[in-house]
Design a protein around this ligand. Structure first.
Ligand code: KG4
Ligand code: ZN
Length: 362
């Protein structure tokens, strides 16, 4: 029997370990839909370790998770001033992600659920990103909501109804938007992860355009906007990456033009994402547009999408999470778990928890 009696609030310990961040958070929420509180939010990032290799090395990631996950959980509980006995449930990322990384979090959650006699809530990592916009949003979310989730592994457009039901309307057919950033940075030998680095260079070039010392249009950097005019809501970013490769091969002076390359490359990604999002928002009569996932940390994407919505769809709301909740974190997993509970989804027996590297969103 799990202890669920006489509780006044949900107090959930959430664990996230799907890629290269070991994260834990404690979330307090009323039993029925209402305001929730983030009691703690701890992230131990492995970026410094993986940087050396130009990307995440799964074996190293798993080993690091094993070392850091318990200290991260302890810190989350201490910071929240919550004893294990006060927890009402443990939430953990089931997938998608790197299987060895996922397993480190899941096995820990399983052991703690058994030892502390707590129900276990499995959360889809993408659902976590979606719910990162539900952490006490700056404006009420109105439904149907259109959600664009752009991360290192996924680029998904979906529609959510007031009951929390989702319908995927578009996805990437090859690389994810974050992958397009990461691979481009690798090609230009700029480091990992590519998103923040490329966006910094792009901002330098945008500054030059604003000061009038650089032209907005480039004579030779004509990156494609893949599938911009296709009748569906799917994306494709692998052609963009190949186009960059061809440009780099042809241009002997590309090393002297990195900010310019980054600016135009990023603009191709952003314009494609925005065009499809606006088209979908109109078609599905979205009342709020939500942007989430690691790429939503991007200042230009946030700004340009906000501006376009304000200009072309007045009255439609726009939300994007605080930057710390754009990239991987455990708060979003806890918040998704709270919503699942509010929606009446049952907890999982700890014996039945299975990580799933390619878990689908339902
Ligand atoms: O959501 P996330 O932390 O992990 C996954 O679930 O994949 O997303 C990581 C991705 C990486 O591809 C990274 O380059 C990208 O998000 N990213 C950014 C920015 N910050 C992180 N992309 C563009 N601009 C950023 N500022
Ligand atoms: Zn993620």
């Amino acid at each position: 029997m799990t202890r669920m009696n006489k509780q006044k609030n949900h107090i959930i310990l959430a664990i996230e370990s799907s890629c290269d961040e070991s994260a834990a958070a404690v979330i307090k929420a009323p039993l029925r839909p209402g305001r929730l509180s983030v009691l703690s939010d701890i992230i131990s990032s492995q970026i410094e370790i993986h940087k050396k290799y130009g990307g995440v090395v799964p074996e190293i990631a798993a080993r690091e998770h094993v070392l850091s996950i318990l200290p991260v959980i302890n810190e989350a509980l201490e910071k929240a001033k919550i004893k294990p006995a006060q927890l009402t449930a443990i939430a953990v990322t089931k997938g998608p992600g790197l299987i060895t990384s996922l397993a480190a979090g899941a096995e820990t959650a399983r052991a703690l659920a058994f030892a502390w006699d707590k129900p276990l809530i499995e959360v889809n990592h993408i659902a976590g990103h979606i719910y990162s916009n539900f952490i006490n949003p700056a404006e009420p979310i109105k439904f149907p909501a259109l959600i664009l989730t752009v991360s290192g592994g996924h680029t998904i457009l979906l529609v959510m109804s007031a009951s929390g039901k989702i319908k995927i309307i578009g996805e990437t057919r090859d690389d994810a938007a974050g992958e397009a950033y990461d691979k481009a940075a690798k090609m230009m030998e700029l480091g990992y992860p590519g998103g923040p680095i490329i966006s910094r260079f792009a901002a330098q070039y945008a500054d030059r355009i604003n000061k009038g010392t650089a032209a907005e249009k480039s004579a030779d950097l004509d990156f494609p906007r893949p599938m911009l005019n296709s009748p569906d809501f799917d994306f494709s970013f692998s052609g963009l990456k190949t186009s960059l490769l061809y440009h780099l091969q042809k241009d002997k002076s590309w090393r002297q033009r990195i900010p310019e390359y980054c600016y135009h490359y990023q603009q191709a990604i952003i314009e494609t994402l925005i065009a499809k999002t606006l088209k979908a928002a109109k078609k599905f009569r979205a009342r709020t547009v939500l942007l989430s996932g690691g790429v939503s940390a991007n200042t230009e994407l946030r700004q340009q999408l906000a501006d376009k919505i304000a200009l072309t769809m007045p009255g439609v709301g726009f939300l994007v999470p605080e930057r710390r909740y754009s990239t991987d974190n455990a708060v979003m997993i806890g918040v998704a778990a709270v919503h699942q509970t509010w929606q009446g989804k049952k907890a999982t027996d700890f014996r039945r928890l299975r990580s799933d590297a390619s878990l689908q969103l339902k």
